[in-house]
Design a protein around this ligand. Structure first.
Ligand code: PNW
Length: 492
């Protein structure tokens, strides 16, 4: 037989070479360029669209400090962090990154990355110390100065109106989001702020992560206000948050300059087809619509899905047809925070629309236990949003990872695990944009290490390392990585 004398191993080698377009006789010798040979220089499947907007993100409570300055009122987080046992390292955010006093220096950090956009949040209790009523002019002044500083440095400001720091006064008066009065107060605050910043801020996010604030604040009690409510009340809280979003959208329209754009910033429940077959992809789409039913789906469809209402049964929220109209007020974009795969999905064999797979105990995660590694989330998250609801404009409002960063003897931080995470997620973002998904920009969480809620200062998400004793900011290796991504507008 013709292969007599060839070992199996040698045959396998020839097969592998020929798959690369290299014949056994030329392999190892001078190689001829062949049509199917790898082209290391040409083409760039990892490039992003021309006007893609690169940014970073933070939130007020996590970085500002100065909790008693210039007339700021108390927030539910100020109260919460001072309760025993709530924050792992017993820290508070009374000082945090001292950003309130160092914002100019911090704007330079953004500039050094070459980032063109910055997503920050406005602390409601700085603007209305009592939640409503008389505004505190000095509160909004701070954000006005920050916005001017950003613009002077060529950085576009994107403002989030609510990143969890509810005025304590509203918690005391109404039970916070347990009451629709808080949704109304939120709209008043949204209108007041928009009237004063929309001359310079063109993009406004209403509420950061309804899913997390409801679940952790009112379900598990891990976040402020630290409640463990029964399911019916949790669903009612979620409905009020959705209503707050809708009322705020209307307030932004009523008080914003022409051209002001508004939308949510939600941690979409990302459903990934475990194997990319048409049946699994369809199952993942249906799962995405149902698992986001309490917020994104009702915002984009103006109704709670039948399955959501059937599943909730007696625990379904009380609502009116008017509420649904308000909640689904037209928005200009959808912002999604994408960190991880929430579910892997396959088509079901028992006639159910989808099947959610259990996570294997060995499934890998980053430094935060909850932060599973699954870069495909960055493709499927926006794809489902675009396809399910025909959304024409999407922002990735957060993506990033914690890492146990250390400053080494040479004064540097070699956070190659963060670079690994980012490079993989960005590759899937590039897949998404190369397929034409309407993703306009990406905000890396976070500009710098900061107060990571109940994890205190133990989990570091920043591109810049922060020494919380000296307030010294040190760029990590990932800052150089991100600068290069931005410069080349491609995964590097
Ligand atoms: C987001 N999860 O929170 C928040 O918007 C940020 O304030 C926070 O610092 C950042 O991500 C990192 O945690 C999340 O468990 C927290 O799926 C937890 C989850 C998602 C988002």
């Amino acid at each position: 037989m013709f292969f007599k004398g060839f070992s199996r191993r040698r045959l396998a080698k020839i097969a592998a070479w020929s798959a690369l377009g290299i014949s056994a006789s030329t392999a190892g010798a001078a190689r001829q360029p062949a049509a199917s040979a790898p082209n290391f220089r040409g083409g760039n499947p990892a490039a992003f669209p021309k006007d893609f907007l690169w940014g970073t993100a933070t939130s007020s409570y996590q970085i500002e400090g100065a909790v008693n300055e210039d007339g700021r009122g108390l927030s539910i987080w100020d109260r919460f962090v001072h309760l025993p046992g709530k924050i792992i390292d017993r820290s508070t955010a009374d000082v945090a990154n001292d950003h309130y006093h160092r914002y100019k220096e911090d704007v330079q950090l953004i500039r050094e990355l070459g980032a063109k956009a910055y997503r920050f949040s406005i602390a409601w209790p700085r603007v209305f110390p009592e939640g409503g009523g008389t505004p505190n002019a000095k509160g909004l002044d701070f954000y006005s100065r920050l916005i001017d500083e950003l613009l002077a440095n060529g950085i576009e400001p994107f403002a989030t109106l609510y990143h969890w720091d509810l005025p304590q006064a509203l918690q005391d008066r109404y039970g916070g989001w347990r009451s629709r009065d808080t949704a109304k107060a939120f709209a008043d605050y949204a209108g007041y702020v928009t009237a004063r910043i929309s001359d310079r801020v063109k993009h406004i996010f209403t509420i950061n992560e309804c899913a997390r604030l409801v679940q952790a604040g009112f379900g598990t009690g891990l976040d402020a206000p630290g409640l463990n409510l029964p399911q019916k009340e949790i669903n009612q809280v979620r409905h009020h948050v959705a209503l707050g979003h809708g009322l705020a959208v209307q307030a932004v329209r009523a008080h914003g300059r022409a051209g002001t754009k508004v939308g949510p910033a939600e941690n979409v429940e990302v459903c990934i087809p475990a194997i990319e077959t048409p049946a699994n992809i369809r199952a993942a789409e249906i799962a995405a619509r149902e698992l986001n039913a309490g917020y994104l789906t009702v915002i984009l469809e103006g109704k709670y899905t039948e399955a959501f209402l059937a599943y909730a049964g007696a625990n379904a929220p009380s609502f009116t047809a008017d509420d649904l109209k308000t909640i689904s007020s037209p928005i200009d974009f959808v912002g999604i925070n994408v960190y991880m795969p929430n579910q892997y999905v396959v088509a079901a064999e028992d006639g159910s629309p989808f099947r959610l797979l259990p996570f294997a105990p060995t499934y890998p995660h980053m430094d935060s236990n909850w932060l599973r590694i699954g870069p495909e989330a960055m493709y499927w998250g926006p794809r489902h949003v675009a396809k399910l609801w025909n959304v024409q404009s999407i922002y990735i409002t957060e993506n990033g990872t914690s890492a146990a960063d250390q400053v080494t003897a040479d004064g540097k931080v070699y956070d190659i695990d963060r670079i690994m995470y980012l490079r993989n997620y960005l590759s899937h973002l590039a897949r998404a944009t190369s397929e034409g998904l309407p993703i306009k920009g990406y905000f890396l969480w976070s500009l710098m290490d900061n107060f990571e809620w109940s994890d205190g200062y133990e989990k570091r998400f920043g591109l810049y390392h922060v020494n919380f004793e000296t307030q010294r900011r040190t760029p990590k290796l990932s800052a150089s990585f991100y600068r290069e991504v931005i410069k080349r507008n491609a995964v590097v």
